[in-house]
Design a protein around this ligand. Structure first.
Ligand code: NAD
Length: 360
């Protein structure tokens, strides 16, 4: 049995969420008008762990398939891997009616969907995400990307998939670190728009930490729903979608300061979220109690909540040069209450310095 979320955007599609069951993918393929030939793009880890599972389902359809697995890791969001994918598609006679399946985490999703959006000006795209990040975030919303040596995600398109199939059983093989780090982004949904999810995490923390299957599936469903609500209202990040950047302004600066070596992205986001919450206190938007709830929940997942001893002026300078910063004016996503976000871009320099210092 799967749960379905409909995403109503320029090309509407369904997200199907299940546990240990991809039969909805089988039904979808059988009922589609695609040329009956699938192009599966994945990475070495996912191929090793889960390709056989995916193929068991695909073999229930009358599709033939070709598989391309690239080396796992962020470095594969590159023009080299992208062009290897184009070569693979050309050699195997892909065309505008043959679907591409992005099977893996956010890296696979981003590069494979960029390839799908550009190959012959667009081929059908199906996401089968296998990490917490990809199931709750990157497979939904149509952002595709590769990295440039000058910056992450600098080259990309908006391209909606034809369908997303989330099977939360795939998550069982993620390490605890990979799995729980991603909760900084899950807590983000709670803080910016989903008070119920936030309380659920607080009250079910033991089941979450045990990685109880039903609890995790419920959480993934809530996040997928939250993300789709946002992208429905703002498909191309004109305004509202910016609230998904809660915690990210400082996170990007911290990641850049440590040259992407000290913290993973979700860990840096955790520090950024505590900073955004502290800034919200200092602006009188929330009380100390709300701040403590956010910080405590992040700490339950062993996520960092202190800012390193970095010169605050330097951190602010890095933030001002971030690619998401428009004209040097810093924009922060703040919270008025658990479940409510606001966008602020006129915060006094001295308050930023004070807030950073308070968390060091
Ligand atoms: P990832 O794809 O690198 O996956 C993390 C690691 O887990 C990899 O080594 C991968 O091989 C492995 N893996 C994948 N599935 C597994 C499984 N089921 N069991 C065991 N190991 C598994 O990273 P990620 O965290 O999934 O995604 C991060 C990427 O997503 C970044 O490049 C980021 O920019 C991008 N992203 C994109 C969007 C978007 O809207 N397009 C949103 C958020 C993040």
């Amino acid at each position: 049995m799967s749960q379905i979320i409909s995403v109503n955007v320029s090309q509407s599609y369904n997200i199907s969420i299940s546990y240990n069951d991809l039969s909805s993918l089988v039904d979808f393929l059988k009922n589609s008008n695609f040329v009956k030939k699938l192009f599966i793009i994945s990475d070495t880890n996912v191929c090793l762990l889960h390709l056989q599972t995916l193929l068991r389902y695909i073999e229930k359809t009358n599709y033939s398939y070709s598989i391309y697995c690239f080396e796992a890791g962020e470095q594969s969001k590159s023009k080299e891997v992208l062009f290897d994918i184009y070569d693979f598609l050309i050699e195997n006679q892909a065309d505008r009616k043959t679907p591409l399946v992005a099977f893996g985490g956010g890296v696979v999703g981003d590069v494979a969907s960029f390839a799908a959006s550009t190959f012959m000006r667009g081929m059908p795209l199906i996401h089968v995400p296998t990490t917490v990040v990809s199931q709750t975030d990157s497979s939904i919303g149509g952002k595709t990307a590769i990295n440039h040596t000058k910056g992450k995600n600098l080259i990309g398109t908006f391209y909606q998939p034809n369908a997303v199939f989330i099977d939360t059983k795939f998550l069982d093989t993620l390490s605890d670190e990979e799995f729980f780090n991603a909760f900084s982004e899950i807590i983000k949904y709670g803080v910016i728009m989903d008070r119920q999810l936030f309380s659920f995490l607080e009250t079910h923390i033991e089941d979450v930490l045990k990685r109880d299957a039903k609890t995790i599936s419920d959480i993934i469903y809530d996040c997928a729903k939250d993300k789709s609500l946002i992208v429905q209202k703002d498909e191309k990040e004109a305004s509202l979608r910016a609230i998904l950047n809660f915690g990210h302004t400082l996170a990007h600066a911290i990641e850049a300061f440590f040259e992407y070596k000290k913290y993973t992205h979700p860990q840096a986001v955790s520090i950024g979220e505590v900073f955004a919450a502290k800034l919200s206190i200092n602006l009188g938007l929330i009380g100390e109690n709300t701040f403590i709830r956010i910080k405590n929940l992040l700490e339950k997942f062993n996520l960092p909540t202190k800012i390193d001893n970095i010169d605050p002026d330097e951190l602010i300078k890095i933030m001002q040069h971030d690619k998401k910063t428009k004209g040097g004016i810093l924009e922060f996503i703040l919270t008025k209450d658990i479940g409510e976000a606001i966008i602020a871009n006129d915060i006094e320099y001295s308050l930023l310095i004070k807030t950073i210092r308070e968390l060091q």
